[in-house]
Ligand binder design. Structure first.
Ligand SMILES: [Zn+2]
Length: 214
């Protein structure tokens, strides 16, 4: 899943408006932010494999640190604790923790059975990626709903808040629609994943700063 994760990040703004959209995105996408670093370090493995599912040319050989349920609970508790200290609020820990875990749930729905419960544990996956039309429709619907909730919970203070946010929302949607051609190499894959991941966080923080949540 791709923009379905961002949909939850957008929607979470209503529950914890004092938390930056970049943090909410970072929580929902934490698994995919840790993953390229671990692939680059050789700790997790991915193989370019056109046709692995109808929607993705990647074989996620092993990623227990970034994508197992147990480790995401650990990462979620850690990030939740840091966020609750940085931005006090009753719901901050719970929302951030839930967002980090939600990545696992949504990935289990779309991936083939490659999502580990724990190190060496059973792997789950319902394989919705093999039904691209249904998968795309569900993700697009989630995304529209998430952006809608965010726009209702915040308002633009200036042009950067209005157009910067809409441009970000459009950028993510175009990335989602773009066909997932096989990357030229695993190095290109992790470098792109990491670079784009960071760009989206910086962009989200900037646009969100230019919106108020009264
Ligand atoms: Zn993922």
């Amino acid at each position: 899943m791709f923009i379905g994760h961002f949909a939850l990040g957008f929607a979470a703004k209503r529950a914890v408006p004092q938390v930056s959209l970049a943090v909410l995105f970072g929580a929902a996408q934490l698994a995919d932010l840790i993953w390229p670093v671990l692939v680059a370090a050789g700790i997790e493995q991915v193989r370019i494999d056109p046709g692995n599912t109808a929607s993705t040319p990647l074989d996620f050989v092993s990623y227990p640190y970034s994508h197992s349920l147990v480790m995401l609970a650990v990462w979620g508790a850690l990030l939740g604790w840091i966020c609750a200290r940085a931005t006090p609020g009753r719901r901050v820990f719970g929302i951030v923790f839930a967002l980090v875990l939600s990545h696992w749930v949504l990935d289990v729905v779309t991936h083939r059975p490659d999502m580990p419960l724990f190190f060496g544990g059973p792997k789950l996956g319902l394989g919705l990626w093999n039904y691209p039309a249904i998968e795309k429709a569900i993700e697009a619907g989630m995304y529209a709903a998430g952006v809608w909730v965010y726009l209702g919970a915040t308002s633009a203070r200036d042009a950067a808040g209005r157009w910067g946010l809409l441009a970000l929302a459009a950028f993510l949607f175009v990335g989602f629609l773009a066909s997932s051609a096989p990357p030229p190499s695993v190095t290109a894959l992790w470098a792109t994943a990491f670079g784009l991941g960071l760009l989206i966080l910086v962009w989200a923080h900037w646009a969100d700063q230019h919106r108020s949540h009264a």
